[in-house]
Design a protein around this ligand. Structure first.
Ligand code: MG
Length: 203
């Protein structure tokens, strides 16, 4: 399986990192070895001094698809969850300045936190979902899927033009404004429509 991660899908987040608002989706991959699940701790990597949380709505691909039209994209996922796209921001800044790929900043072991999923049938419209992150019990990130620059169906259609989506692949749909650093022993809890879908510590 692979993680397909969308960058800059919320205008206010693009602005906080001084990036332009994109005119088409921006995506990158994380390998299967990046997964952290079941509320296991996230281990700070020793090659970065500035690891940021990015809380994101995630969707699990449920069938094989290539060149999926936007109209049918909704048939390719039936569960929606919440995850964290951990990012070594210091390395990412350097990669961008040097015109290099982002993998060392984005695809490292443990960097893709996958929380719980909720069947789509038990949620409101996928573009009408509230989510937030508590860091040490204080709300630091809050988003709403209606603010996505490119909705989920557009993302699935766009990515599938370039690579086949397979059952079990997970799409990270981008982070809202409010990203920031994590430190040793921080406690992160993520909520989608009021339901806690992840709860873990930084070690
Ligand atoms: Mg992200």
């Amino acid at each position: 399986m692979k993680f397909i991660c969308i960058g800059r899908n919320y205008a206010a987040h693009a602005a906080e990192l001084h990036n332009a608002v994109p005119t088409k989706p921006v995506f990158f991959l994380k390998p299967e070895s990046a997964i952290t699940r079941c509320n296991r701790p996230f281990f700070l990597p020793d090659f970065s001094n500035e690891v940021h949380y990015e809380t994101e709505i995630i969707v699990k691909i449920n069938r094989l698809g290539k060149c999926i039209s936007e109209k049918f994209a909704h048939k390719y996922y039936d569960e929606i969850g919440l995850g964290v796209d951990f990012t070594a921001r210091d390395l990412q800044r350097k990669c961008m300045a040097d015109g290099e790929p982002w993998e060392i900043a984005k695809a490292f072991d443990g960097s893709a936190v996958v929380g719980g999923f909720i069947p789509k049938s038990k949620l409101p419209d996928p573009q009408d979902l509230h989510f937030h992150l508590l860091l040490n019990n204080g709300k630091v990130q809050e988003g709403h899927s209606r603010d996505m620059l490119f909705p989920i169906d557009t993302l699935i259609s766009y990515v599938s033009q370039f690579m086949t989506l397979k059952m079990g692949d997970i799409l990270f749909t981008g982070t809202p404004v409010g990203v920031g650093p994590v430190h040793l022993n921080d406690h992160l809890q993520g909520f989608l429509e009021g339901q806690c879908l992840f709860d873990f510590y930084v070690k």
